[in-house]
Write a protein of this length. Sequence first.
Length: 319
Amino acid sequence: MVNPNEKIPSVEQKMANKKTDYQLSYLKELEAESIFIIREVAAQFEKPVLMFSGGKDSILMTHLAMKAFYPARIPFPLLHVDTGHNFPEAITFRDELVERLGVKLIVGDVQKYIDEGKLVDEKGYSASRNALQIPVLLEELEKGKFDAALGGARRDEEKARAKERFFSHRDEFGQWDPKNQRPELWNLFNGKKNFGEHFRIFPISNWTELDVWQYLHVENVPLPSVYYAHKRVVFERDGVLLAHNEFTPRRPEEELKEMMVRCRTMGDMTCTGVWESDADTMEKIIQEVATTRTTERGARADDKRSETAMEDRKKKGYF
């Protein structure tokens, strides 16, 4: 019997509900695929480690790992290669997250390697410590005898990352050969390796930036405050807004100004551009990401050093 007081949904409402159901179903499929890969890593490898930077993708990875093994704790440690030039909000969030989850955190300190004379810091206006992360990462993997390192890289981020497999082989020197990767058919992953070799694992390869934000919103996952619009003192360099900080020297013509900005991607303050934005909620961020025509790494100065900057770093061992 029809309830005369019941409001009949309009065609537009029905279409909106159908679209929402589809999005949730699609996100659940992505979640299931990623959790399957994370569990496969735990099954195939003796000593995995999860790479953590404090960025949204590594936070997503940590959340997926937590769900993969719940109610038990994440059965492998987190590894952060700390350049010393991070956004302070990311480090604070990292420490709070580790304490809340009760997981072990390993920190590879780039500054320590510089102080010990193992590495030489770049100088100049465009100096970056990104390349210095490579030897620190490789040494930390060697010290911990880790045979698999899980990371939050996605194929839509950058063309070099689109060449990665879910299980991406690295030789005994930690180097990557994009032309010598194994086929992955029917969700079968080959983790066999020789002594000294290891794998980089990318469980969220098939996710897009928009997928990440929608999932984090649905799951109500906390994030560092820099991802939301806030007032910050910035300056413009080569068409990119950089956050004012003690590590980045400014040219005489680069004037400081306060603006409403947020981060779309998280990296060193020296090379990670911020975006002018008023998106201070998850809903606004999703709307912004859905309509933008600029990639999230479009403001990363380290990716603009050459056409193959990312691929060149990855071949040497960069994540």
